[in-house]
Design a protein around this ligand. Structure first.
Ligand code: ADP
Ligand code: MG
Length: 592
């Protein structure tokens, strides 16, 4: 008897499982399947992404559905179109030997009447995004009044994306005597509220430590010349405007030096090392916790006690001597179910260390290029535009509005926008305008998607797209979305670089028209997805030149409470914002 058989699954499922090549159930499957098969119960299951949750609810659901009846019996809600399609595909594979079972996907950005038609032909299982589902309920295109099972997949993500009201509405169209299975990677308060409000005495299972998530860290390395470490660090910071990071150096001296330089260049930085008094260390840590410090430069020993959950990036300014230490460093990010990035700045002679680390952490590094000046300018410009959009209007300005309007009365909207963004942008532009590529010649192995064309841009086009982490994407899921939407192959889009509220990607020149055409009037869940050709070449520009710029501006002159006034530098930027934006967890795929 196989382990899957022991869970109580039928022959038709077992045969499909054999075809899929699954040998053993994953932990969440082992725990959830028997509970769901043997009981009629509500269930809350917490497990990280990539642990096999789809099969954990999919197998029992398929087994419990009556495929002789055409009535819709199971509804799965999932946050995004790609996930929706992914789940539907998986369920189809699982049920390939179950005669008459139909699973239909419902999501925005595709013809609603086609979807309605598919449902009309009989769909025992519907997999839907909340937005489109609600739309179809309102138009009476679906009937979910007789469902027996409702599954909320990636519940934390759905709530993150603001689907609470939609979910509530959808659930109000389902019968009371159904069973609800909730799957989530994390258990924030909102998810607990849903469980409490819409579920009856749910059984609970947890896989791995609650909120644990070392696998939510993406590892990246950047190859630079030995003297370019510091300018590279600055660019990494500038290319990630909301960075909240720990920067690791090898010695106390380097730690102090790098922190001082960053502060001098206008960044919100602080040093943490053993030569500081306890009192000084407390001050720095408090400022870091309050996010008044965005870049905490630390030694390994001093960083040991850092218990801050939402660090977005760990930057290895220098690699540690011991490989073991790298694990401790990268573990500072990707905590509490959030995702994180661990970046390593290396010289070519240190490359072999990357290999040993990969062996140790059992994860591959992505080769990345230090962003070019123009790339940074573009990121900063979009960031600025988004910041303006999200800024809450201070009611105090009302009083001055008539006078200000008078001053600006000759400027039309477009001219005004240009001027507003130029106020901040010009400093960045002036600093980066003439700088060169920091990546060393032949910057290491090209692996994964990011270096797909090795940094040159022969025949490749870079695009801007107005979705990002905020919309639940990471580079993998955005790439999947693009690939599916455009019906192109895996390697046709590359260098997918996801930022907070927008992203970049590359394609070969030959599909540029297809891409621009596809996204000319493209909506997902009621929202326009917009793609434009980006000016920056992406991923590094030309090759082989070194940038020797040292010091200088391009940094931030932020509101450094408690710090002395910094010297005015023409090339640095001013912005009164000391709070980096909140990061949302990204999805990472891959089994275990
Ligand atoms: P989650 O929903 O938890 O993020 P998925 O259900 O998407 O995870 O599963 C991740 C990947 O693992 C999928 O490609 C799936 O086919 C595969 N998978 C699931 N269960 C098993 C198993 N028991 N053995 C091997 N691979 C599996
Ligand atoms: Mg899943």
């Amino acid at each position: 008897m196989t382990k899957f058989e022991a869970l109580g699954l039928d022959k038709s499922l077992l045969d499909a499982i054999t075809d899929l090549g699954f040998e053993n159930p994953s932990e969440v499957q082992e725990k959830a399947i028997p509970i769901l098969l043997e009981n009629e119960t509500d269930l809350v299951a917490l497990a990280q992404t990539g642990t096999g949750k789809t099969a954990a609810f999919g197998f029992p659901l398929i087994q419990k559905i009556n495929s002789d009846s055409r009535t819709t019996q199971g509804l799965i809600l999932s946050p995004t179109r790609e996930l929706c399609l992914q789940i539907t595909n998986e369920l189809k594979l699982y049920s390939k030997y179950v005669k008459g079972l139909h699973t239909v996907a419902i999501y925005g950005g595709a013809s609603i009447s086609d979807q309605a038609h598919q449902i009309k032909r009989g769909a025992q299982i519907i997999v839907a995004t909340p937005g489109r589902m609600k739309d179809m309920i309102n138009r009476r295109m679906v009937d979910i009044s007789k469902i027996d099972y409702c599954i909320l997949d990636e519940a934390d993500e759905m709530l993150n994306m603001g689907f609470y009201e939609d979910i509530k509405d959808i659930l109000s169209n389902t019968p009371d005597e159904k069973f609800t299975w909730l799957f989530s990677a994390t258990m924030p308060r909102e998810v607990a509220t849903i469980a409490k409000k819409f579920m009856h005495k749910p059984q609970e299972i947890t896989v791995g430590a609650k909120n644990a998530g070392a696998s939510t860290v993406q590892h990246e390395y950047y190859v630079v010349g030995g003297r370019d470490r510091y300018p590279a660090l600055k660019r990494l910071a500038d290319a990630n405007p909301d960075i909240f990071s720990v920067v690791f150096c090898r010695t106390k001296r380097d730690t102090q030096k790098v922190a001082e330089k960053l502060i001098e260049d206008g960044y919100n930085a602080g040093a943490l090392h053993g030569d500081l008094s306890q009192n000084q260390r407390d001050l720095v840590m408090n400022a870091f916790r309050k996010k008044q410090i965005q870049m905490l430069v630390a030694t390994d020993v001093a960083a040991r006690g850092i218990d801050v959950d939402d660090i977005t990036h760990v930057i290895n300014y220098q690699l540690p001597d011991e490989i073991e230490t790298y694990t401790h460093r990268s573990g500072r990010t990707g905590r509490a179910g959030k995702s994180g990035i661990s970046m390593v700045i290396v010289t070519r002679s240190e490359m072999r260390k990357i290999k040993s680390i990969e062996g140790k952490i059992k994860q591959k590094f992505l080769t990345k290029k230090i962003p070019t000046g123009i790339e940074i300018c573009e990121i900063q410009l979009y960031h600025l535009a988004n910041k303006i959009k999200d800024t809450e209007v201070n009611s105090e300005v009302e009083n001055y509005l008539p006078a200000i309007s008078d001053v600006l009365k000759d400027l039309d909207r477009e001219a005004l926008i240009k001027k507003i963004v130029s106020v901040e942008f010009t400093r960045f532009y002036n600093y980066y305008n003439k700088t060169k590529d920091l990546n060393t010649v032949d910057g290491g192995r090209d692996r994964g998607d990011h270096g797909a064309d090795g940094g040159s841009n022969n025949g490749s086009v870079r695009y801007f797209i107005n979705v990002g982490e905020k919309d639940g994407y990471d580079w993998m899921s955005l790439k999947d979305f693009l690939k599916d939407t455009l019906s192109v192959g895996r390697d046709d889009v590359f260098k997918v670089d996801v930022k907070e509220s927008f992203s970049f990607f590359n394609s070969h020149e030959s599909i540029k028209e297809l891409i621009l055409q596809t996204f000319s009037e493209f909506k997902v869940d009621g929202r326009f997805i917009n793609v434009e050709v980006s000016k920056n070449p992406g991923g590094g520009g030309g090759r082989g030149r070194r940038d020797r710029n040292r010091g200088g501006g391009g940094g931030r002159d932020r509101d450094r409470r408690g710090g002395g006034r910094r010297k005015e530098k023409t090339s640095s930027r001013r912005s009164g914002d000391s709070k980096p934006g909140k990061r949302r967890s990204k999805r990472k795929d891959g089994f275990y």
